[in-house]
Structure formats: C-alpha cells, structure tokens
Design a protein around this ligand. Structure first.
Ligand code: PRX
Length: 653
C-alpha cells in the first residue's frame, strides 16, 4: 500500500474521541460567553451564531474600540464584502494605543530569544514607543496612507514593530518571508510598487549568519519604486552601503518623537498585502483590511486557545507567513497577551531547544505545525523528557493535515495527555481560523472538527451539492470578518480563483470530507499547489525557476507524500539538446531553485526525462506524473498527446 492510500485509510478508521473534562470546559472564555447569552451547549452556539450580524457585532463590542461606530455589521455584495462599514478605525489602536493608557503598559508583550541565546523582553509601553519612532521616520521619507512598504526581516521583534509602524500611519505593509530569495523579494516589491524596504544586516540561523541586507540589495536594484532602505542592525557585521538610499534604523529613529498620532482610517482600508502561491503565474497578493480582520483574528485566538491574562503564548510560526501576521502580531497584541518570538531554527543547537525554552519561559500554549511535530517525533521523545513541560495547557497545529499518529505523539509527549490539541484549518485568504475546535469540542485526532461559530463551511461535490462521507470541495457559504478583500491589482483573478466554481460561494481549493457528525477532515490541495512543511508553494513557480536555468527546456514539479514535510518536491526535467544529465547538474539545479525562490522550494529529487506527459492543448498532466511517480494506477492515458512520456517518468534518470 502506498503512503497516500495508507493516510486515507487511517483517517477513515480513526474512531478515537477525546472529550474535554467538564471542569476544564467550565473555565473557558467561550463557556463564559455562552453563559452570558444563556447558550446551553456547543450545538446551540453554532446554531445561534448563524445570525452573523448578531454574532460578529457582539464580538466587535467585546474586542475592539472604534473611533466612530459602524453603520451596520456586514455589507455583502458577492464576491465583495465590507465588514463594519461606516466605522472609523485603526488596528494599532487596539494592538497598542489602548494598552498604554492602562496597567498593560508595563506588561510584557514579547519575550524575544535570539538563536545564540540572547533574551530581551519588551513591554507594551516600549513597543508603543519604538513603533511611534519608526512611524515618524517613515513619515519623514514621505510615506503616507495607502503607500506600500516592503518588509524583509527575520524573527526579530523589529518585524512586528515595522508592521505596526506602517499600519499606524495607514501605509500598507507587504512582508516577504526572510527565507525567500532576492528574486522572490524583487518580484513582490515590483508587483506592489513598494517605496521603502525595511530589512536587517544579518541574522542567526543554524549557527550561521544569513546576509539578508545583501539579498535585499540585489532585489532593490531591480525594483525602481524603492527609494529608501531601512536597515536594522542585528549582528553588526559589515554590509555594503548605498549612500542616500540606505539608512540605519537606530540612526533615523534616534531623534524622532516617541509619540505619533495614529491615522484614523475607514475600517475597510487596507492593512496589508501578503503574497501566496497559486497554480499558475505569479504569486497572488492577498489583501486584508483593518476592522473585520481585527475582530476575526482576536476572537478566534481568544476562544480557540482560550488565552487568559497570565498565559504565555508561543505561536512558533514565522511572521513572514499569515500565521505569524495574525497570531504573533495582531491578535495577541489586541488581546494584550505575552508572546514568544524566537529567532532561530527549531532544533538548534540540540533537539530539545524548544522544550527547554518552554520550561524557561513557562509557555502555557504552544501552536506549531505537523511538520515540526513529525521532526520532533523523529528526534525521539527522550528529548522531550529533558525539560519540564508542565506549564503547557493547550496545544495547536496548523498548515497541513495532522496525521493521527503525530496528533497522539503531540498529545502524549508534549501535552502529557493533559491539554487539548486545536487543529486549526485556515488560509492566507481567510485571515483567521475557520474550521477549528474550541476547548469545549470533543476532538477526533486528524480532524479540524467543525467550523468556528459565525462561519458556514460545507463540502460540495462537482455538482455543487453538499455531501457527507465523500471527498469533495471545501467551500464557505457566507463571508467571515477576516476574509480577503481581493487580490492586489487583479480583480479578475480573484473572481476566477475563488468565486467562479459555485455561485456566490468561496472555493478554498482543499479536498475535504465531512463525516456523519459534521466533522471536517481536510485531505490536501485539490489543485497542483504543493504543501511543503505547511507552506504553499506553487508548482509553476518551481517549474519557472528550473526553466530559467540555461540548460533546462521544460520541467514538471509534483509533490510526493513525505513522512516529515507532508510533501516533498520531485521535479522531472527535460534538458536542452546536447546537454547530458549528470549528478553535478542535478546539484546545480537544486541550488538554482534555492537562489530563485528560496531553500524551502528546492526539489528533493530531480529526474531527467526526454519529455513530460501533456494534454493535446499542451498542459502538463501533473496528476498523471504524480500517480506514476508514487506507483499508483495512472488510468486512461488516451487523452494525452504523448502517452509514451508516462513511461519516461518511471524510467527517469
Ligand atoms: O491546504 C490547506 C492547508 O494549508 C493551506 C493554506 O496555506 P497557507 O495559505 O499557506 O496558510 C497556512 C497557514 C494558515 C490550506 O488550504 N492547511 C492549513 N491548515 C490546515 C491545512 N490542512 C489541513 N489541516 C489544517 N489544520
């Protein structure tokens, strides 16, 4: 049996249910809220929350402060949505400004731990001052409401500071993951026409220094709209300098005022652009705005992870992805939480790094990915025993389906069979959790359970009928507050990708099964988009990178089930005439993809072939390639223009 089949059969036979203890349920944030409205149980909560105006209106009342109240909760004109129209707002008011007027001013917002072990704690008051100074510096460069700012920073507190400084003055940030290459950065800077880039000199990763400024320099030379580069000094190592364009963060903020007025915006004004992979062409610039996003992210965090005032929250994602945007930066700050930010690699210098950090900082809630859990499983549970993990009370998972084995390991060795595991399904597009348990939900390992209250999801077959116990398309039937507001400068693509399959219905692009109890089992992407270590990678991007190499004529990239990473990348490459396959070339191509996109996208395997299977219209048949590559039944190949190419895949050199 191949791994893919095995996965599905395990899911189908998964019958374990973990029901939360009544005394645990009783003290949860969500239960207290239910009591306030006389709601008896989970089912009634899900039913009542179908009244979106009531539900999200109450959530807003509890979590955010408007400068001017909204006219109505929701304005839905598919596929366009406005949440809280009429309201004047800025998310930075809730993330920072409101806290510094209370005792929260002296509460720790972030505990930073660098990879070398340096620790720095930031209070809300300190964060507020730093944000204001940087916001004033941005203003001095002429940055104003609506301008785009590119941010290329690793896991340092300066990253949230830079994001908040933009939001404070109404500028739109576009963060690019620091593991991406200079080409990936320049594509995004060019697309969003960034005026400023914020980066750092170097940072620490796996004991080495990564020269980020150097990569930013390469990107900026190709992006003519960028006039200024702000450089945070992390390691102090030498960097090349372009006079007039480059500015040290500490120098430009030194003389700035510690106060900066927060720009009063419309609740639906843009907060950020975050690029994510699609099946074809360039990455999609996902748009998120201030008001609805603030309400959606903060309520989901407060309920799903049940955050209380004394919790220490560790979302171990990178801020360069949406998980970090929503759950390291905006939602925890709105709730006034203390969060961990860790600069380095998970198991560096030894496998127990994370576990000793949990003990040291008394982390009470940990949110990570199945990939990280599987990596730790492989290191062995003996490492988990080297630290005291008793501070943990709730665990979370995100990014890809968590296999029941990994779920059980996490539950047993990290949660010590004590805390529930919140398997949260969501996307860059959704902004916040959409299908997720609450701490009151009976859990089934491997299922993200049910839609969050106020969110309507279903599984549709190809005819658009809701189906139970069969694989289908995951769809959302009503809008939700953190919903994307479109794709940057590409209205048509927004309509085509998400809204054209079923009328007025959002297509998530995930194959899913809903069981007889209404639990959702997400099974993976339905398109060719790959999911490597919980990150979406467009097959087309990797293929384009390969084809940009002078020796490559054509390339097809597929995902293969992988024990640790979810999927591993396998590339089938057609070389230009006269070029001979070799081990050296294979290595060179892997490095080339690393340089073009980033290390995360380097194919694990590269096979050389004379041709790849295609339809008569010239479309590469990745499904056929994948089936052949993982030894599954290929099926009917009569529609292919070149059926003989299927055998090539099996015999790739
Ligand atoms: O396929 C789903 C998978 O990750 C995709 C979204 O990727 P991205 O926009 O990069 O955001 C990742 C973090 C929110 C989804 O379409 N995915 C995410 N969470 C889960 C998941 N698959 C299964 N279970 C999850 N909990």
């Amino acid at each position: 049996m191949d791994e893919a089949k095995q996965d599905i059969s395990v899911l189908l036979t998964e019958k374990r249910v973990f029901t939360p203890k009544p005394e645990f349920v009783e003290q949860t944030n969500v239960k207290k809220w239910m009591d306030k409205f006389g709601i008896k149980d989970y089912d009634e909560l899900l039913e009542k929350s179908k009244n979106l105006d009531w539900f999200w209106g109450e959530a807003a009342k509890e979590l955010v402060e408007w400068y001017k109240p909204y006219d109505k909760v929701l304005d839905w004109n598919p596929p366009w949505v406005k949440w809280f129209p009429g309201a004047q707002y800025n998310i930075v008011h809730d993330a920072l400004d409101k806290h510094v007027k209370t005792a929260k001013k002296d509460k720790i917002a972030y505990i930073f731990e660098g990879e070398p072990g340096d620790i720095k704690k930031w209070t809300y008051g300190e964060l507020y001052t730093e944000v204001n100074k940087l916001a004033n510096a941005l203003k001095s460069f002429g940055i104003k409401k609506g301008d785009r700012v590119g941010i290329y920073l690793p896991m340092l507190v300066e990253l949230p500071i830079a994001m908040l400084a933009c939001a404070k003055i109404g500028a739109v940030h576009s963060v690019v993951f620091s593991g991406f290459s200079s080409t990936a950065l320049s594509d995004r800077l060019i697309d969003c026409e960034a005026k400023v880039v914020i980066t750092c000199d170097h940072f620490y990763r796996r004991g080495k220094k990564v020269a980020l400024k150097k990569q930013a320099d390469e990107a900026v030379t190709k992006a003519p709209t960028v006039k200024n580069v702000i450089v945070y000094k992390r390691t102090g190592d030498d960097v090349a300098w372009t006079e007039g364009r480059d500015h040290w963060w500490h120098e430009i903020t030194k003389e700035q005022s510690a106060e900066c007025e927060t720009e009063v915006l419309d609740a639906n004004d843009l907060l950020y652009i975050l690029y994510t992979s699609g099946t074809t062409g360039k990455p999609k610039g996902i748009l998120h705005s201030h008001g609805g996003y603030a309400v959606g992210t903060s309520l989901t965090l407060k309920w799903v992870f049940d955050l209380k005032d004394d919790d220490i929250w560790w979302c171990a994602a990178d801020i360069g992805w949406v998980t970090g945007h929503s759950y390291i930066v905006y939602a925890p700050l709105i709730l006034g939480t203390t969060s961990i930010i860790y600069e380095g690699a998970p198991a560096f210098p030894e496998a127990e790094r994370w576990w000793s950090m949990i003990e040291k900082h008394k982390v009470s809630v940990l949110y990570t990915s199945p990939t990280a859990i599987r990596a730790h499983m492989r290191f062995g549970e003996e490492h988990t025993k080297k630290a005291n993990l008793s501070s943990l009370r709730i665990l979370g998972s995100v990014g890809e389906p968590i296999n029941p084995e990994a779920w059980m390991w996490y539950h047993k060795h990290i949660g010590k069979e004590n805390g529930p595991i919140m398997d949260t399904w969501w996307q860059t597009e959704t902004g916040h959790f959409c299908i997720s348990p609450l701490p009151i939900t009976p859990l089934k390992p491997g299922s993200a359970t049910k839609p969050f209250p106020g969110i309507t999801a279903a599984v549709y077959n190809e005819q658009g009928e809701a189906v139970t116990n069969a694989g289908g398309n995951l769809v959302m039937l009503t809008p939700w507050p953190g919903m994307l507001r479109g794709l940057y400068k590409d209205e048509q693509r927004y309509k085509d990708v998400y809204w054209s399959r079923f009328k007025d219905t959002y297509l998530a692009g995930d194959v899913t099964r809903k069981d007889e109890n209404g639990y959702f089992w997400i099974q993976g992407r339905s398109d060719d988009v790959l999911n490597v270590a919980g990150h979406r990678i467009g097959n087309s991007e990797v293929e384009s990178a390969l084809v940009s190499h002078p020796n490559v004529a054509e390339a097809a990239v597929i995902g293969k089930p992988h024990e640790l990473k979810g999927e591993s990348l396998a590339a089938f490459v057609v070389l230009n005439q006269g070029v001979e396959p070799s081990e050296e070339l294979r290595k060179e191509l892997r490095n080339h993809v690393g340089e073009e996109i980033g290390k995360i996208a380097r194919p694990d395997e590269i096979g050389f072939v004379n041709d790849v299977p295609k339809t008569r219209s010239g479309k590469i048949m990745r499904r056929v390639i994948r089936a052949k590559a993982i030894g599954k039944e290929v099926g009917d190949t009569s529609t292919l223009a070149n059926p003989e190419a299927v055998e090539e895949i099996g015999n790739a050199k």
